[in-house]
Design a protein around this ligand. Structure first.
Ligand code: UDP
Length: 329
């Protein structure tokens, strides 16, 4: 079985590529390398460098390979940037996947797993959040992902393309081999920033707000290990193909940790007294985001293997301390 992974040079994409290869799938990676890294792509998978909005590029990939299914990670994903540059997000995130779907249709590919996000919910109405809860994004990034979810729905109705939409909460950690991990430039995510502060690459980590209505005043998020996410992609793809039926799942641990708890856990894991300072709130941050992942657990038997913050941060620390400059050696 041959799977095309779009955005396979990115953080979650590269981990899913490894997972697929380890389970004996043939994998082709397409990535424009704007945010992805060539070094993140497993050597067993051929890498096509190009943009999903380039139809000639996609025709080449689909002509050179008989693709059975697509997993699409290719997108810009910075919430703050999306508020400042909405055009960039709508043009790339909707335009790229729309072009991909057009080419899938032309080349007779009927299955897609799509990376969506907790940002589709906006300020949650319930905790934990269910897939059936109201979606009301508070930023263009979340709206660009929700727009693609709607496109997928109508492409299923009209053309029979079956999808699995996976709404991720906070991806964390790195591959147990220590060969790939998180590397965004500039970095904006909490755990890598904490570990950069541990390495002395930053003076401190800023805790964005300590006056939220939570126990310790800092924001609560649901952290999920990237390998558990990768596993969920493979399971979702297999089930979607087996049942020829579309589906949408949340992917989280079902447990929330505050920013302060994450900093404390990182201090324990690294043995370093990582400096932290309270800073102003970041615009658009809901106080609590926790997933209910009961649906995917029940329907696919998916079970996260990493439960504790310490386990997740240990794998991230193993990556960061051995690759302080990420994929740039
Ligand atoms: N955060 C923080 N300091 C940082 C980066 C993030 O306090 O330097 C907080 C952020 O406000 C949020 C949580 O950490 O409550 C997780 O943020 P991240 O950017 O990692 O993921 P997001 O929840 O935005 O997807």
């Amino acid at each position: 079985m041959k799977i095309l992974v779009c955005g396979g040079a990115g953080y979650i994409g590269s981990h899913t590529v490894k997972e697929l290869l380890d389970r004996n799938y043939e994998v082709i990676v397409a990535d424009n390398l704007v945010t992805g890294h060539k070094g993140a792509v497993d050597k067993r998978a051929p890498l096509y460098v190009g943009d999903l909005k380039d139809e000639t590029f996609l025709d080449k990939v689909f002509t050179e390979h008989t693709i059975d299914a697509v997993i699409d990670f290719a997108a810009y994903s910075l919430v703050g940037e999306s508020v400042i540059e909405p055009y960039k997000y709508f043009e790339n995130n909707i335009g790229g996947t729309l072009s991909l779907l057009k080419k899938m249709r032309e080349h007779g590919v009927k299955y897609i797993v799509f990376s969506s996000t907790a940002a589709t919910y906006g300020e949650p109405e319930n905790i934990p959040i269910l897939e059936s809860d109201r979606t009301n994004p508070t930023n263009p990034y979340g709206d660009s992902k929700l727009a693609v979810e709607k496109i997928l729905h109508w492409f299923d109705e009209a053309y029979g393309i079956k999808y699995a939409v996976l709404r991720y909460f906070n991806a964390a950690g790195a591959h147990h081999s220590g060969t790939i991990g998180e590397d965004h430039k500039p970095e904006s995510h909490l755990i890598p920033i904490i570990l950069q502060a541990a390495l002395g690459q930053r003076s401190h980590v800023g805790i964005f707000g300590d006056d939220y209505p939570t126990e310790d005043g800092s924001c609560i998020r649901d952290y999920i290990h990237v390998t558990d996410l990768a596993d969920a992609h493979v399971l979702s793809l297999e089930k979607t193909m087996e049942e020829n039926k579309s589906r949408t799942y949340n992917l989280g641990n079902g447990k929330g940790f505050s920013v302060k708890q994450v900093v404390e856990a990182a201090r324990r894991v690294t043995g370093i007294d990582i400096p932290a300072k309270i800073e102003p709130r970041r615009a658009g941050d809901p106080s609590v985001l926790i997933a209910s992942s009961d649906k995917i657990i029940k329907e696919l038997g998916w079970q996260p293997k990493y439960y504790t913050l310490e386990e997740m941060i240990s794998t991230a620390w193993n990556w960061h301390k051995n690759h302080p400059n990420g994929f740039e050696e």
